[in-house]
Design a protein around this ligand. Structure first.
Ligand code: BT5
Length: 266
């Protein structure tokens, strides 16, 4: 699965033209409308944030073939070589700001379902945002949710067909063509976001069914996004997620709620 060949110029051209034609084929009502396709950018989340600040409507989408400064959470970097899908959408969430973190779970459900719909492997989810190839337990994608006062940006990175050697250790590529994956992810992402708005309990159930975190002993280091991760670590059993996307961890002194932090399986 990590043996995809390098992408040559001809394949690249074909991919770009297929991506430019994507909006005509997309079964979405707002995601991918409009769709900005870039050969290279620093981070699609930054481009989407600028679009949001300029008043872009919900659904404006940016796809890049490679990123020079792809970002993970807490300032970590996201390896973004040619062959990955790097996609960000502008959302104007129709729910109270306190519930926005749950968009990260909806995005994970949509992206996982998109991978499978595009013919990729079965995906399980590690709280809050890792897409893990089920039979290899390796990370193939991640979600970066960023909020501004009037809008949110959901960024998704998936190792679609990244040549071996171009990814960090422990990462997997899923061997799916980027245009097909982009289409399926946008369609399933819109379904998941709509479900979060109209049937949040149902969406949480979809997340629970894919979770590899719930029911497991975990070690948690808790700190708000943007602050150093040097809070006191604690251990417990991951019990559930709530409507805000928080992880509920049972400890010897009761249930603790983790909205932002790092969770490792013990
Ligand atoms: C994430 O962060 O998993 C969120 C990744 C979001 C990337 C997308 S790409 C489109 C959009 N534009 C951006 O600039 N970002 C978003 P986190 O949970 O912090 O995981 C980061 C960690 O995953 C790193 O520290 C590495 O250990 C590992 N990692 C880095 N690149 C990877 C890759 N390509 N595949 C798998 N694991 C990777």
């Amino acid at each position: 699965m990590t043996s995809d060949p390098p992408i040559d110029a001809q394949v690249l051209e074909a991919m770009l033209s297929e991506l430019h034609g994507l909006p005509g084929a997309l079964r979405t009502s707002y995601l991918g409308r409009p769709l900005h396709v870039l050969h290279h950018t620093a981070s699609t989340n930054d481009v989407a944030r600028t679009l949001g600040e300029e008043g872009a409507e919900e659904g404006a989408t940016v796809i890049a073939l490679e990123q020079g400064a792809g970002r993970g959470r807490r300032g970590r970097s996201w390896a973004s070589p040619l062959g990955g899908l790097y996609l960000s959408v502008v959302l104007r969430p129709r729910m109270s700001v306190s519930l926005w973190p749950a968009l990260s779970l909806a995005a994970a459900v949509g992206a996982a379902s998109g991978v499978e719909a595009a013919g990729g492997p079965k995906i399980v989810l590690k709280w809050p945002n890792d897409l893990i190839v089920k039979d290899r337990l390796q990370k193939a994608g991640g979600i970066l949710l960023e909020s501004a006062p009037q809008f949110a940006v959901v960024g998704i990175g998936i190792n679609a067909s990244v040549p071996s050697g171009a990814l960090p250790e422990g990462a997997a590529s899923i061997s799916v063509p980027i245009p097909r994956l982009g289409k399926a992810v946008l369609e399933r992402l819109e379904e998941a976001i709509e479900m979060l708005y109209t049937d949040p309990a149902g969406l949480l159930d979809l997340w629970r069914r894919r979770s590899m975190t719930l029911g497991k002993p975990v070690r948690v280091v808790q700190a708000p996004e943007g602050e150093a991760l040097e809070g006191v670590a604690f251990e417990g059993v991951a019990e559930d997620v709530d409507a805000h996307g928080a992880l509920l961890v049972r400890t010897t002194s009761g249930v603790r709620r983790v909205l932002a932090g790092e969770v490792s399986l013990r």
